[in-house]
Ligand binder design. Structure first.
Ligand SMILES: Cc1ncc(COP(=O)(O)O)c(C=O)c1O
Length: 397
């Protein structure tokens, strides 16, 4: 029997819910999923890199050999053998990471939310790069911090600018490798200076690192967590090195913090799927990533170079851009007179999409910036799309 509603509900959303905003990128993605659009807007990894057969075999093995455990509830902190594997992979000669410091999360996006929940009160000062990862700004915003921007230059975050905003800061959120959105990386000297500066002011330093393994050439840079495991909180993800659909990430933090994060996670979702964690452990435990990651690096490196070459050919001299050595993004700075939102209107009409830079700024935005992703677009379409953008920019000059 269907019950009538004589008194229809007048929804009263919490102040927090009223403030929630959809990520601008997710809105653009809805438009850009149409096949005729050449989309440089997405932040999605290339599906060509997903190890479908390897995952299938691992699901089969885990379900056949340990199905009853894999399908049961699991511990909040995560699947022990996978936490151990992660702790070993983060440990270096000089600094040992314990499995107890690792909390498995449902994507590293959940780690951002949990960090906001346990470290930020309304009005707490949170330091972020300019620009920064939009998803982190969105996650922290729920807890209503006061964002203070730390300066960046062409080499990334400028540690000497921290002193001016350090007072009372609850954390500094940093992206040292192939940053989303700019593709920039911090030099070794800057990393050391950043870790030292945060330690001097007693500010917890968050090192969000989903792209660190994706360097096109050369070895990945040392992790800041290895320089100061008592002051740095490291966030990792399997999204960009395996697949994002499994929603698996982790946070490595000093013990007092990780226990708080665990309590917050317990309240949020009890634990991350045990089956997924066991499958990922099965996939990674014998060194699969060592063969797999180079194939991702090669694909992304080639497509990045293709986009950089096309930009040199088609963009006017007054436009500048970053030259990433890894990761998934290029950051473009247009002449000040061009608003990237206006350019987007025109480029969507010409069937090319990108993300304007403004949403990546916590405070004052540079409206003449934009982010391009090259990883899901084949080379001939990259050239075609960049030629269209180059023409539109020239027409707006
Ligand atoms: C810098 C950064 N951090 C965190 C995330 C979240 O990734 P996931 O939740 O898939 O691990 C992303 C996703 O694009 C990202 O770019």
């Amino acid at each position: 029997m269907k019950i009538e509603n004589p008194n229809p509900i007048q929804w009263q959303f919490s102040e927090r819910a009223q403030q929630l905003q959809s990520s601008f990128i997710r809105e653009i993605l809805k438009i850009t999923q149409r096949p005729e659009i050449i989309s440089f807007a997405g932040g999605l990894p290339s599906p060509a890199t997903f190890p479908v057969e390897r995952m299938k075999a691992a699901y089969d093995k885990v379900l056949s050999e340990a199905g009853k455990v894999a399908l049961q509830y699991g511990p909040t902190d995560g699947y022990g053998p996978l936490r151990e594997w992660i702790a070993n992979s983060l440990s270096t000669e000089g600094s040992r990471i314990l499995p107890e410091q690792i909390l498995m999360t449902s994507g590293s996006q959940q780690a951002l939310d949990l960090l906001g929940k346990v470290l930020v009160d309304e009005g707490s000062r949170v330091l972020v790069e300019t620009p920064s990862y939009l998803g982190a700004l969105q996650a922290f915003s729920v807890y209503r911090p006061e964002f203070k921007s730390v300066d960046t230059d062409e080499h990334g975050l400028v540690p000497s600018s921290i002193a001016a905003v350090a007072e009372g800061a609850r954390m500094l959120y940093s992206l040292p490798n192939f940053q989303n959105p700019t593709g920039r990386s911090l030099s070794l000297e800057r990393r050391q200076e950043l870790v030292e500066t945060c330690a001097r002011f007693g500010i917890p330093l968050i090192e969000d690192d989903p792209y660190g393994a994706l360097s096109y050439k050369g070895e990945p840079m040392p992790k800041m967590v290895a320089m100061n495991p008592d002051g740095v909180i490291y966030m990792g993800s399997f999204s960009k090195v395996l697949t994002p659909g499994i929603r698996l990430g982790y946070v490595c933090a000093p013990l007092p913090l990780v226990r708080r994060l665990e309590l917050a996670k317990q309240a949020a979702d009890l634990h991350t799927a045990q089956l997924t964690q066991m499958v990922v452990h099965e996939v990674v435990k014998d060194g699969f990533l060592d063969q797999h990651i180079p194939t991702i690096r090669k694909l992304y490196g080639d497509q990045c170079q293709c986009m950089l070459d096309a930009m040199t050919e088609h963009f006017p001299a007054s436009v500048t851009w970053t030259k990433p050595e890894g990761g998934m993004f290029i950051w473009v700075t247009l002449p000040k007179s061009i608003d990237a939102m206006k350019l987007l209107d025109q480029s969507l009409a010409a069937r090319v999409a990108f993300v304007p830079g403004a949403p990546f700024y916590a405070n004052e935005a540079a409206s003449n910036t934009l982010r391009l992703s090259f990883v899901t677009v084949p080379p001939e379409r990259i050239r075609e799309g960049i030629a269209v953008l180059g023409k539109l920019i020239k027409d707006m000059l």
